[in-house]
Design a binder for this molecule. Sequence first.
Ligand code: G1P
Length: 293
Amino acid sequence: MIKKAVIPAAGFGTRFLPATKAQAKEMLTVVDKPTIQYVIEEAVEAGIEQILIVTGKNKQSIENHFDRSFEIETELLKKGKTAVYDEMVKISNMAEIFYVRQKELNGLGDAIRYAKHFVNDEPFVVLLGDTIVSGKNCCTKELIETYEKYYKAVIGVEEVKKENVHLYGIIDGDKVEDNTYKINSLVEKPSVEEAPSNLAIAGRYLLTPNIFEYLEKIKPGKNGEYQLTDALKLLCDDKGLIAKKYNGKRYDIGNKLGYLITTIELAVKRKDLGDDFKNYLKDFVKNIDNIDI
Ligand code: G1P
């Protein structure tokens, strides 16, 4: 049973300045919830009970969000808004959440190293804190099911356009069943010429605790940072590694266009707002070329 998750959330969010100057990018709101709440809801849906968030400077609002807020709760009760009150309390009881601060921004591989004691020799999942995955199936659950079949670390992947491979870790793999690959090799942010495929590492991992041995061995890689992909390559060479093309759609809120797309698509999917918002969008799109700039 996999009960632990690690959420790296230490990055500065430089692609989203000035919004991220004094606040965590993981706290950027999509409709009415901060991004990281969607991420934690996914983990909880997959049966995760304990979560370590790797934070950094300017990230205190994450801790506040998952804590109780007695002033707001008292006010809600006074006004008889019990449904909202229940929702607020639920947020702080979703899982047992721990925090550790990454002292220097030395890459994703370095951030995962901070989880060693928390993980305590158990397999665990990693969900990037600025990435929402939305779909019929719970992505983390799919990764756990794949692990329970192969008993090897599993990487969530998706197909990307050839011209975008330089933005991702890319795998080289052989298909073993539908949407599942045995990985031969991985490379972090290759050029189009170097890329062995267009299957990109996509924000979700299921790692075995031996990853920490390999994280100790790696040197700074792409962009001078400790890359998780480099440690995974060593793990792959020694023990083998599986890639799972998951069903959901990945939304990266860390850049401005990605954030806008996320907000629109998740708003359309909402039961309470979706129909009204769709009607608005239809009208808006009809006149889109006549909008004054
Ligand atoms: C990280 C990983 C990369 C992965 C990407 C998207 O890169 O290093 O392998 O493809 O996330 O999940 P970043 O976008 O943080 O530079």
